[in-house]
Design a protein around this ligand. Structure first.
Ligand code: FAD
Length: 323
């Protein structure tokens, strides 16, 4: 049955994050021929509305306020609630990002709506939108529906295909005036700890280092390979605990969950908690000097060897391919 879905466009450093376009792709499926309405919240974000339309939104509602220049759950939830009240949708889809994980449960809770988090695919069956999400650290998948009310879903980045961008598409981008009351949280400064360059949670290629890199300097060959491949650098908790890198790079059960096209694990043993964050990657390459390392059980390609010999060789070969 055709329905109306909202999609929150997530803005970072003045640009829309890719997961916003994936969320539109998901909303198109969920709306089943109905309307998909993009939502933009921030300060001076209206100009980004056209891009949401080019990726498939039918129209866009914008809430702008100087108090929304930085994300706060307080301010954004007020803005989103105003949009929901005005649009009366059947559902809302947001990326399963730090922002989405914070905002979706807060607003869903206020509205007593159903929330399905970390969705990796969806379909319409029997008149319901059926959402699939991983459970037990990615070992199994469950299918869920919400009946009789508003449904919220957060989608895992890099899993749902966005629609092809169509620059000829047009649609209304209108501003909704919402009364954003004084915020209880004031952001004074944002200090970025994450890796420079490619965003880990949206990266198509990730080069990850474990305790096998042996030091902070040991990450250098991985960074060089990442540079050549346009990849992001990630890490196991072992590497983070040993202070070889920042915890913002941690992938796994208590770190980030990633699903790149290519994941290269260097000097990572393959503990279950690490696999929980990367085992759904499309192609996994493992480099480890221990042929019995558990990481080889999930790897599509395994290289038994010293990462300090193998990684520079890969970098040289990929450089040749780029020339
Ligand atoms: P190790 O297990 O020490 O493995 C290092 C590997 O490097 C070995 O396989 C070794 O053969 C190889 N090696 C050494 N030298 C070289 C070399 N020169 N060349 C090639 N290979 C080499 N872990 C996570 O990663 N993410 C999580 O989110 C996470 N959450 C956790 C939550 C809980 C509640 C708990 C209890 C644990 C969690 N862990 C997590 C920790 C996890 O159990 C492992 O301890 C951790 O993943 C091990 O990191 P590692 O593979 O880098 O180190």
């Amino acid at each position: 049955m055709a329905s109306k879905f909202l999609v929150l466009g997530e803005v970072r450093d003045g640009s829309l994050r890719n997961v916003s376009f994936e969320a539109i792709g998901a909303a198109k499926v969920a709306a089943d021929g109905g309307e998909v309405v993009g939502v933009l919240i921030g300060d001076s974000v209206q100009a980004l509305g056209v891009e949401l339309i080019q990726y498939g939104a039918d129209r866009v509602v914008v809430v702008e306020d100087a108090k929304l220049a930085q994300y706060t759950s307080d301010g954004f939830s007020q803005a989103l609630l105003a949009v929901i009240e005005s649009e009366n949708p059947d559902g809302l889809i947001i990326g399963h990002t730090s922002l989405g994980k914070d905002l979706a449960p807060k607003v869903a809770g206020k509205l007593e709506a159903g929330l399905i988090s970390d969705v990796t695919s969806l379909e319409v069956a029997g008149g319901n939108t059926v959402f699939t999400r991983p459970i037990y650290s990615g070992k199994a998948f469950e299918k869920k529906i919400v009946t009789g009310g508003l449904v919220f879903a957060t989608i895992r980045p890099n899993n749902i295909e966005p629609l092809q961008k169509d620059e000829s598409r047009s649609g209304d981008v209108v501003t909704l005036s919402a009364n954003i009351t004084d915020l209880r949280t004031i952001i004074k400064d944002v200090v970025r700890k994450a890796s420079e360059g490619v965003d880990l949670s949206e990266a198509k290629v990730i080069i990850s280092g474990g305790r096998g890199v042996k030091s902070a300097e040991g990450f250098e060959p991985l960074k060089e390979l990442a540079e050549v491949l346009g990849a992001a650098v990630g890490a196991s908790r072992g590497a983070c605990d040993a202070d070889y890198c920042d915890y913002s790079l941690q992938i796994g059960q208590t770190g980030k969950v990633v699903t790149p096209d290519l994941y290269i694990a260097c000097g990572i043993s393959g503990a279950i908690q690490h696999l929980a964050g990367m085992s759904n990657s499309k192609v996994i390459v493992a480099i480890n000097k221990d042929p019995e390392a558990n990481i080889f059980n999930v790897a599509d390609y395994g290289i038994v060897g010293d990462l300090f010999e193998v990684v520079p060789l890969l970098t040289e070969e990929f450089k040749k391919l780029k020339v």
